[in-house]
Design a protein around this ligand. Sequence first.
Ligand code: ARG
Length: 459
Amino acid sequence: MAVWDARFSKKIDKKMESFNASLPFDRKLFEQDIKTSITHVNYLASINVLTKQEKSQLIHGLNSIKQKGLKGKIKTEHEDIHSLLEALLKDEIGALAGKLHTARSRNDLVATDFRLFISEKNHAIKKQLTRLLANFLEVAKANQKVILPGFTHLQGAQPITFSFYCLSYFFMFLRDHERLTDNQKRILLSPLGSGALAGINYPHPRKPSALELGFKGILPNAMDAVSSRDFLVEFQANLAIIMMHLSKFAEDMIIYSNKQFDFIEMDERYATGSSIMPNKKNPDALELIRGKTGRVYGNLMALLTTLKALPMAYNKDLQEDKEGSFDSIETVENCLELAGSCLKTITINAKKMHLATEKGFLQATDIADYLVNKGLPFREAHGVSGKIVKHLVKNEKIYSDLSLEDFKNFSSLFESDVFQCLDLNTLIENKKSHGSTSFREVKKQIHLAEKTMKRILAD
Ligand code: ARG
């Protein structure tokens, strides 16, 4: 039985019934639907549409449904979680259940439920991000002396520390955390009391109900309240950005754990073997994180496309806002957890990182700067340093193979202090700018990160 049956003479087509139904997925909104309903009952009692006794019977009924749960209750004849709940309430307390839907529509109900659901998930994902931030900070603190090649174009560029590298991700994921906090301001605006689109024929200040549900305020226009999903676009975009960042980190770890690099070793718990090649150890967790980014982007694009040019106000198209959101939430939750586990358990191969830095001629910029200090214009210094690299590549040598004599063959400005330029620790320390990779600057960044963590944890 559908809630609108009286208006129709024909029974709904079977295929149409299942096509129309959202219960298979919006059952996830069960608890929110009960919560919103209880608040609505309180409101109805406050304007004397319900007596005190009716109010307590309804609330009791709703609580008892909540306790029993949905197991064995899902039947195909119910279109969505809202009509199922009405039917369950009728079974529970009889005809009084019919009063629950006074002064409300499924349009304001579903928008309210979904905002509550997304707000909870937003909060949970923020918690997970906080844990990931703590993981990055911990690894950063433990590896302040570890030097590795920093890349541009995935070619060795300049020496950096592993701590500096981890902090780059810390500050990147911190912005994702902040974006979720900001998003919450627009998620936590209540549509309840807006009715189908035009408001309801009962006095309803709406704010008290909103606050009872944990919203921070109300959406001021009923038609906007029932039809807007921009809070969700924003949330899904935030999830897409998190995945973009996770995929970048996953890609780095895939490259660094490749034997040609051998900078890190993945923990076996997060790797898999091959069914044919006994030698293989594949970084599947990381590859899946990288791969699943696609579906989260896809869900965002699907939602934007569903919403494009939708006429005001509610349209059934809006039912399509849920499955992609559920999928993105689950994907991001899984990926955040696994990224944290992978990071916490990597073995850092400091020697290999150091060796790769030596071999990659990463001192070249500093050698140019050395000549600048001796009075040569940077462009010329760049040229001299470039010639030395060309010579080393051609002769399959590294800087430490060169004598002072050799250096002098490229420029008479070279003195014995040029060898300081070859020392990676000195090069790291030579970085003087705010936010650089120098040991001192990294300490400052760690300090800032620690302060930030304290603030986030106290929130
Ligand atoms: N299942 C619907 C949805 O998710 C609930 C709202 C139905 N409203 C309506 N006017 N048919 O959008």
